[in-house]
Design a protein around this ligand. Sequence first.
Ligand SMILES: [Zn+2]
Length: 350
Amino acid sequence: MKPPLRFVAIAAAGLAAACSPSGDSSAQSTAAPSAQTPAPVADDAPRLSFPVACTVGSTCEVQNYMDHDPGPGAQDYRCGANTYDAHSGVDIRILDMSAQAAGFEVLAAAPGRVARLRDGVPDISIRTRGPDAVSGQECGNGVVVDHGNGWETQYCHLANGSLKVQVGDHVDAGTPIARIGLSGQTEYPHVHVTVRKDGVVIDPFAPKLDAKTCDASAPGEGLWTVDAAKALAYRAGVVLNAGFTSAPVTMASIEAGGLARPTNGTPLIAYVRAINLRGGDVQELAIVGPDGKTIASGAQPPLDRSKAQYMMFVGKRPSSGDWPAGRYTATYQVKRDAKVVISKSFSIDL
Ligand SMILES: [Zn+2]
């Protein structure tokens, strides 16, 4: 069991702010409209399609929403904790670095014209580079699309050299503009999308809420198309990664991807990394062997606070020689207020 890890705020500026923490001295003047600025309501907004060629629930998840808390705390549009202070958009995260290497296209969310872009920022985690290395380039490689009537969308942390568009190009909804990368102020592969109207940040999930308000019952359809709203339905906690391995499990090894598969004679370890868990959540993980008996299990004490991500694993070495042949099934559960709110089972045949 590893201690919980929190993400450093994923900030951005440069190409006009993406995830710029308040007070970020590197933010340009266009970064000024932050999550703290009241959002106007407008009826001329574009409809936004899902902006990544991935599938929520299997190859990507929403890591962060926009911050609606005007103070130093953070609340998403549903008054939950799936955000951080002054976060100005939505972060769509792919599973790990092997998925980033395989390539996931970022898609224009609506028709428009490419207004600004940046390329040439390396795909290196700020855990390696340090935040100073991306000062003024927090967005990393980015594209801004102008949709007319003052509306624009911005896409950050794109893969170095992957931009497929140039300033002035027309794009349609769904036009590939780049691939997800690890550029700018980020430590995991994702795309950050900010929506603005006349330079003011708008929450695409709740455009009629001003930036100081949240609503626990907000439907969150917002500016999204019907399909995108369905894919992006709000979830307070979800499993990002789960599997079996024989290798040491760390947050870094899960993030790298490609953990070694167990075989006969090797340790059998089940691991899970969940995101956006809540304070008080209780996690349990157990492996059941072919004979129906539990061979390894564990539980975490209630979380002391919300966690951007959290991993746990249980495992065992074979008592002698090979594992008995058959199917091994792991089950992970999260209980919140004594109710199971997340449950995931996965199996391996040995
Ligand atoms: Zn972000």
